[in-house]
Design a protein around this ligand. Sequence first.
Ligand code: IMP
Length: 433
Amino acid sequence: MPASVVVGLQWGDEGKGKAVDLLSESVDMVVRYQGGDNAGHTVVIGDEVFKLHLVPSGVLHESITPVIGSGVVVNPKTLISEMGMLADRGIDPSRIRVSRAAHVIMPYHVALDGAAEAHLSGQEIGTTRRGIGPAYADRAWRAGVRMGDLLDARTLRNRLARVLPERNTILTETYGMPGFDLDELTAEALAWGERLRPHIVDTTGLVQDALARGRHVILEGAQGALLDLDHGTYPYVTSSNPIAGGACTGGGVGPLQISQVIGVLKAYSTRVGSGPFPTELDDDVGRHLLEKGHEFGTTTGRVRRCGWFDAVPLRYTVAINSASHLMLNKLDILSGMETLRIATSYRVGDQPATWPLSLDDLEHADPQYEELPGWEPDISGARSMDDLPPEAVRYVEAIEDLAGTPIAIVSVGPERTETIMRKELGPARQGFA
Ligand code: IMP
């Protein structure tokens, strides 16, 4: 059984947690392949709401091995507290595996992220201030601490002795903040290592072994394609590769071991943090989406910017992820709106423009919309396309046509059960089983 990838096709927060949860019945392993505790997955099971930042959402299924791959940057404090939260709620965290090659977010990374953002005043990226960027920067600079290093006192101390003075100089001299003490930091990090020792392994070997034994593995991305370091709206992006290709580098699978890529979309657009957002709505419609869609960041609590569905980058994100199927989430949030709009092209000045655009052009892009009629009734009870008002069917089909890829799943509410599995896509969906 080959691997499946679940990837966000917009600016993150598309509902990937629900996608993974839905597919989990037939899955043995769920692997996070990039990002860190900047992510937030909300999974609703009955009356229970689980908010996960680091641990893959597959942890909620007893039969699944949740894996944090080498491409993730791990804040051990978050991991330990998330494991504690799961144990308190009756979910066994002992199955969680973390790559020994994954880089550690150290407290100085968190301090540097916050300080650098504050220093940029007016030009902030709007990061989650979790130390993600500085940890990836140190990884690329070969100055990082890896999870495996936490298990060996001498290696860890040597590593920190090499990098800490420089980090402390930046903190104290550039930003006027306190530095970190080598002995205290080493002791703290060794304590994390002791706590996490049973979980730290070679996860690439684990994933390859599962695939060789015919197990179904899901590789789960965080954030979304438009926040990708290479393909997103740089510099207003995250510092890793959320796109499906990131699953190979950060999850430990080869490209040909991936048999399907499920691209997750929300029925409208949201963005957290700074950066261009052509279809943004700074009006009552935007506020309606924000409130009805509860568009507040799971990690930071920040208000998400809301806007119309933007189909301009859609073909591009479908292509660069080779999305084989789509999942369209939160269709129910659009109920009760008289008219809906989908951006189908942009104009910059008097010229048509398409994705990808330069940052400057994107900031001046004027979206051209297709208008579609809305629908009145609540659709959260729909379990097949036949249960939807014709206007809602038309909206789904319009997005499907613009994407050029089948929408296999439509979500009409946060619960697992509030889902339409499109029967007509049966053969294409076989790979899910
Ligand atoms: P960082 O990943 O914390 O460095 O933040 C970089 C950009 O990515 C900022 O615009 C964040 O708001 C955004 N970002 C990071 N994680 C998420 C997420 O899970 N959902 C949406 N946006 C995110």
